[in-house]
Structure formats: structure tokens, C-alpha cells
Design a protein around this ligand. Structure first.
Ligand code: PEP
Ligand code: MG
Length: 579
């Protein structure tokens, strides 16, 4: 039976393929069949993962001996290492792979469930608690397995696979970068959740906030995902399928046509220059940036270097990552946002204080707040960024500023990082520009103070909307309230752009709004001349810039800011598109 599901499309395009369900357990892993010939290599993959985790635990153990970390942590590592050596974890999953002909991740999670059940029966509370250690050690092995997918993951490359999950974290999504799924569907999440943002960078259609897709769709069913129209068609009939195949071709053709704009300068009809920058999560995204013809990188979400790993990336490792991008950009600007960890982006392992469960993580210790609470971590990153500034036009961007005291503290730590490099005679750009993200309403309402103290500003509309409308951007239950055209949001945008312009400081938008053509003319009308977005959207936005005449847009946008009436705003938006 064919039916339709509605959600929120986070990246356009059309995908046609078969559903692959992700396990419903807390540990979300895919389940797929393997052939008897593949058993040996699948077991080898499992063994290698166990071996790697054993090595990781040894390294962690050694690190702990060197620091003053409490011996409790060492005891946990001991327990994990012991569990991993036990046959119940190191051997039983191999038997499951061989008898059930399934992938290693699935076999491991099945065994984990069995063990957790057994632990549940134990009377002794201490021993019963050890079930958490089983889960944690299994998670470690899964992390390795997912990062090193077996050759069997895409079983039928010609039959494209659509991943259907209840929920995926941004860290999960990054792991899937290495796979070749045709599309992603999730029950949870909102349009600007970080999971959705990473899904965009995979350059494939994705629909989130489907509420119950995971429960309604069955393994192997045919699906059509229409990211632009926010729908998923389950079991499409032949005529629908044929129509969508045609649409898919048209979409591809349009994409190809846009390629011609790659080297064209983004200038409006009335001759104003607009800069279009790219957002990236990892150094490997550089290829897409260069491919899109972007003016540089306007937002490097550096915290993604901290995810999916045990332990922290050290200064040299970070430096290499930043340097490679700076050099790859050959003189074009690279704006590195200092790590925005917290909320939905968590580090694994034991190294930082972020494993504390906050009551309200989006309002908690996140971004610059976390950086200031861990000055050593922050200075390590700042030193790495500063050293990379010797290899290109690198700028520092501080996320989630709320008051000027935070800014003063951050500036102080930047100065300390500089001083330590001077002492060591390490080269860096003494005049490195420092910018701030404007993504809390309080920062917009005191924009003058920030504009005065910073070299440039960048509006994070994803968070600005979340905090203005009081909706958790990762919560599908309130995703329908996400509204970039809310009069309050538009006014805050207008106020921030005016405030920065008045102070003579450049201001960009680097939230998802910057990459949506539906908003390009509104933002131009509000005075914006710098946009930073996912590289896949850049040419479409450029096309819109090239066909826009700014003076009439400014008149309409000014009028739009005067009304509170959503119907009138909608009519202005229409007129802006037609202007
Ligand atoms: C934003 O908030 O708009 C932004 C660009 O930062 P992030 O999405 O990473 O929070
Ligand atoms: Mg943000």
C-alpha cells in the first residue's frame, strides 16, 4: 500500500531507493544481511575493531597515569578492558555473524542486549550497575566499526539505499559521510538541528521531523524522498515512480546548468558586490568549497574535529587541520569558529566536563561559555588557529556571545595564546581579525558594543531563531514553530545589520537562512552583503543575487519591518521575490 509522510526537508533534491532501518535501540545501528562468503571478512572486521578499542583503552590508561585524574577513572578503564577480553563480548558476536549472517554492528548490539538482560537479573546492585559498562564498551567498538564500514554495507549499489532512523546525532551523521546512502529520514530533529545541517553537507536529500517514519516504514520498502516538498512516498506506484524519475533528471540538469556560474562574480543588477562564503565541518569539505567557487570559508564549525573520538585533538593535530584548509584556500579568508561544543554536540570519552547532563543544554554550558570554563582547552585551540594564520588569511570567530565581559575574557585568552607563541618564537598573524557570532537576542539588542570591539560579525540565524522564539532547534515537537519570517526575527536581523554597518564593521549571515534562495532578496533588502552557507547552495543563491536589483528591495524590506501582521509580511515577501 502506498502512503505519504510529511516532515521537514532539510536538503532539496529527490532520492528513490529502498529503506534501510536503523535499530531502535539506544545504540542505533543498521541491520543488513551478508552472504556466507562474506562471513570471514565480517568477522575479521569485528576482530580488528575489538583490537583497536583494546589499544585505545591502553592509551587512555597510560594518559591517566600521567595526569592527576582520579583513580576511579582508571578503574573504569580496567573494567572495560576486562569486559572486552571476555568471550561474551569478544567471541559471541562472531558466532552471531556466522549463524545469523548479519553485519558485525548488529551482531554486537544483539549480544549487548542479551548481556544487559542477564545483568538485570543480578541482585547485587554493584554488579547490576556493570551493565552500563557493557553498553559503554560496546559503544566504543561500534564507534570504530561505524568509522570503518565493511565492504558489504552498500549491498546493491545500483539499488540505492535510504536510511530510516528514529534519531541521529550530529556525530552519527558525520560518520555516515563515508557511506553512500541516497537519502536520510529521521523521526526527530528540526530544520536547523545540527544533524540536519550535517545531512546537508552529505549532498543528498534528507527529511526530518517525520515523527513516526521509523515505525511505519518496513525494511526494504521502496521510498521516494522529495526534500524540496517535505514529503516521503512509501511504496510509490509505477506512475508516481516514473514521474519522480523524470523530476530527478530535471533537478540534476538544473544543477548542471548552475555550474556555469562558478567563476562569475556575485554582483547585483545595480552593481553591488556580494560575497558568498562556504560553511564547513571538516577539512575534507574543502573540495566542495573549491568546487562551488566560494569567496572563502565563512564558518568552519571546528567542534566537529572533537567528535567521534576518544580523547581530544591536541594542538598539533588541530593546527594541521586548520593549516590544510588555510593553504587550500590560497589566500581566500578562512573564518574558524572556536569550538561550539555542548547542547547536541558532545565529546565522547572522559576528557572534558561536558558529560555532565545539563537541565537545559541549549541554555547551558555551550560554545564560548564552555571555552571560558575550560581555558586550557581553549588556549590549545587558539594557539593552533594562530599558528595556522601564518599560512593563509585566517580569522577567529567566537560563538554565542551574550555580553561584553565574555568577549573581554575571550580577548584576554587570545592575547595569552599570542604571548605564549611569541615566547616560543612561533610565527602567526599579529593582526588576526577576531569576530563574534550574533546569535542571542541580547547580543543584537546591544549590537553597538559588540561592533565597536570586534573586527567583524556573523549572525547565526539558527540559534538566533531558536532563542528568540524559545524553540529547541533539535526538538521535532516544536519544529513547526521555527519561523525565520516572524516579525521579531526580521527586526532583530535588520537591527544587527544596521548596527554593524553603522559602526563600519562587516557582517555576514552564516545560519541556514543564508543558503535558502527564498530569503536571499529579503536579506539583500535588509542590507546584507555577506552570506555564508553550505557550498551546495552557493550557486543557486548566486543566481538569485545576479538577478536582484537592490534599491527596490531596500524600500520593501524597510516597510516590511514596520508590520507585525504575518499576512502582510507574507505579501511583502512575495513582492520582494517579484521585485
Ligand atoms: C547558527 O546558529 O546559525 C550557526 C551558524 O551556528 P550553529 O548552527 O553551528 O549553531
Ligand atoms: Mg549557532
Amino acid at each position: 500500500m502506498s502512503f505519504l509522510l510529511h516532515g521537514i526537508g532539510v536538503s532539496g533534491g529527490i532520492a528513490i531507493g529502498r529503506a534501510q532501518l536503523v535499530s531502535h535501540a539506544t545504540l542505533e545501528v543498521a541491520h543488513y544481511d551478508i552472504t556466507p562468503e562474506q562471513v570471514e571478512s565480517e568477522i575479521a572486521r569485528f576482530d580488528a575493531a575489538v583490537k583497536e578499542v583494546t589499544r585505545e583503552l591502553d592509551v587512555l590508561w597510560a594518559q591517566i597515569q600521567e595526569t592527576e585524574t582520579s583513580s576511579e577513572v582508571g578503574a573504569f578503564i580496567d573494567v572495560h578492558a576486562m569486559l572486552l577480553r571476555d568471550e561474551m563480548l569478544s567471541k559471541a558476536p562472531r558466532d552471531i555473524i556466522a549463524t545469523e549472517l548479519c553485519n558485525a554492528e548488529w551482531a554486537l548490539v544483539q549480544q549487548m542486549h542479551r548481556l544487559v538482560e542477564q545483568f538485570e537479573q543480578i541482585d547485587d546492585p554493584y554488579l547490576r550497575e556493570r551493565q552500563n559498562d557493557v553498553v559503554q564498551v560496546v559503544e566504543r567498538v561500534l564507534t570504530v566499526l561505524l568509522g570503518k564500514p565493511g565492504v558489504v554495507l552498500v549491498q546493491h549499489p545500483e539499488q540505492r539505499t535510504i536510511l530510516v532512523a528514529h534519531d541521529l546525532s550530529p556525530a552519527d551523521m558525520i560518520r555516515y559521510k563515508k557511506h553512500q546512502f541516497a537519502a536520510f529520514l529521521t523521526d526527530l530533529g528540526g530544520a536547523t538541528s545540527h544533524t540536519a545541517i550535517v545531512a546537508k553537507s552529505l549532498n543528498i536529500p534528507a527529511v526530518v521531523a517525520l515523527h513516526n517514519a521509523r515505525g511505519l516504514i518496513r525494511e526494504g520498502e521502496w521510498l521516494v524522498v522529495d526534500g524540496a516538498r517535505n514529503v516521503v512516498i512509501v511504496n510509490p506506484d509505477k506512475p508516481v515512480l516514473a514521474e519522480y524519475r523524470l523530476k530527478q533528471e530535471e533537478f540534476e540538469l538544473e544543477r548542471q546548468k548552475l555550474r556555469r556560474l562558478k567563476t562569475k562574480k556575485a554582483t547585483t543588477l545595480d552593481g553591488q558586490s556580494v560575497e558568498l562564503y562556504a560553511n564547513i565541518e571538516l577539512p575534507t569539505d574543502l573540495r566542495d568549497v573549491l568546487d562551488s567557487g566560494a569567496s572563502g570559508v565563512g564558518l568552519f564549525r571546528s567542534e566537529f574535529l572533537f567528535l567521534n573520538r576518544q580523547g581530544l585533538p591536541g594542538e598539533d593535530e588541530q593546527f594541521e587541520a586548520y593549516r590544510s584548509v588555510a593553504q587550500g584556500l590560497a589566500g581566500r579568508p578562512l573564518v574558524i569558529r572556536t569550538f561550539d561544543l555542548g547542547a547536541d554536540k558532545h565529546m565522547e570519552g572522559i576528557s572534558a566536563g561536558l558529560d555532565r547532563v545539563a537541565m537545559n543544554p541549549a541554555l547551558g554550558l555551550r560554545a564560548v561559555r564552555f571555552s571560558l570554563s575550560e581555558p586550557r582547552l581553549f588556549i590549545t585551540q587558539l594557539r593552533a588557529i594562530l599558528r595556522a594564520s601564518n599560512f593563509g588569511k585566517v580569522k577567529i570567530l567566537i560563538p554565542m556571545l551574550c555580553n561584553i565581559h565574555e568577549l573581554a575574557q575571550a580577548m584576554h585568552l587570545i592575547e595569552r595564546a599570542k604571548e605564549s607563541l611569541r615566547v616560543e618564537r612561533k610565527r602567526f598573524d599579529e593582526d588576526i581579525e577576531v569576530g563574534g557570532m550574533i546569535e542571542i537576542p541580547a547580543a543584537v539588542l546591544s549590537i553597538g558594543a559588540f561592533a565597536e570591539r570586534l573586527d567583524f560579525l556573523s549572525i547565526g540565524t539558527n540559534d538566533l531563531i531558536q532563542y528568540t522564539l524559545a524553540i529547541d532547534r533539535a526538538d521535532d515537537a516544536v519544529a513547526h514553530l521555527y519561523d525565520p519570517l516572524h516579525p521579531a526575527v526580521l527586526r532583530l536581523l535588520g537591527m544587527a545589520i544596521r548596527g554593524a554597518t553603522k559602526a563600519g564593521k562587516p557582517i555576514a549571515v552564516c545560519g541556514e537562512m543564508a543558503g535558502e534562495v527564498a530569503f536571499t532578496r529579503i536579506l539583500l533588502g535588509l542590507g546584507l552583503r555577506e552570506f555564508s552557507m553550505h557550498p551546495n547552495h552557493l550557486l543557486e543563491v548566486k543566481q538569485r543575487v545576479l538577478t536582484s536589483d537592490v534599491p527596490p528591495l531596500e524600500v520593501l524590506a524597510t516597510k516590511m519591518l514596520r508590520t507585525d501582521d504575518p499576512a502582510k509580511i507574507a505579501s511583502y515577501v512575495q513582492r520582494l521575490q517579484a521585485a
